[in-house]
Design a protein around this ligand. Sequence first.
Ligand SMILES: NC(=O)c1ccc[n+]([C@@H]2O[C@H](COP(=O)([O-])OP(=O)(O)OC[C@H]3O[C@@H](n4cnc5c(N)ncnc54)[C@H](OP(=O)(O)O)[C@@H]3O)[C@@H](O)[C@H]2O)c1
Length: 236
Amino acid sequence: MTSLSGKVAFVTGGSRGIGLATAKAFAASGAAVAITGTEQGRIDSAVATLGKNALGIRADVRQYAEVDGAFARVVSTFGGVDIVINNAGVGVFRPVSEMTVEEWHQIIDTNLSGVFYCCHAALPHLKARGGGWIINISSLASKNAFVNGAAYCASKSALNAFSEALMQEVRYDGIRVAYVLPGSVNTGFGGLSNTKSEWALMPDDVAEVIVDLIAHPARSLPSRVEIRPAQPPRKA
Ligand SMILES: NC(=O)c1ccc[n+]([C@@H]2O[C@H](COP(=O)([O-])OP(=O)(O)OC[C@H]3O[C@@H](n4cnc5c(N)ncnc54)[C@H](OP(=O)(O)O)[C@@H]3O)[C@@H](O)[C@H]2O)c1
């Protein structure tokens, strides 16, 4: 296992699902971990599973002031930030004709603007440490658009482009940007029930890819990773 002792990781949406699995993997590797979410009860329960070097902060990624304040709190608590995992995301799956303007904004503001806010707030802190990692959690939906997924697929496609551009912008500052495109993961995402457990990815599978990206030797940069269930149901 890679040692991340002395490193500080910040995981948005770390109160459950992929974010919590990633926070647990970082804590197990010796990193200090900060997680965010919007519901205090869920944040408290999650932090209780992360050991002593963990901090939970209620911060909505759609609100720049909350994001900026969260980074300031992490830096004052742990002395800096080295790793930022932009994982918080939402999905509402409806035809465009039925999607409300509020739902559109909820998706775009969380999955795209929220990532910009976190990167903008994090970059001075990462530069102050001499470099670090930003890993954005996209989705295979970013390249495989589907009916009822217009807003979600658009948000994740845009996130890919944002990540590519940012990667090129900050690599000479020692900041390594990558984005991960998971297929179906067994979480409660988008209000979906646990009906894909037989074949879907588990949150730990995605967490393992993220930890591997951090451990990857410095000379090369795997900037985009796709991970999918090995044996999904055959298409009829
Ligand atoms: N599950 C899948 O099949 C799948 C596949 C591909 C990609 N992804 C992506 O993976 C990421 C994580 O998904 P998941 O399946 O782990 O979802 P999840 O189980 O629903 O967890 C989502 C997390 O995001 C947080 N969150 C939501 N809105 C937020 C906001 N405005 N500000 C801060 N935190 C917020 C939630 O915290 P609160 O409840 O406290 O708000 C929760 O911790 C998402 O970006 C998703 O698009 C998921």
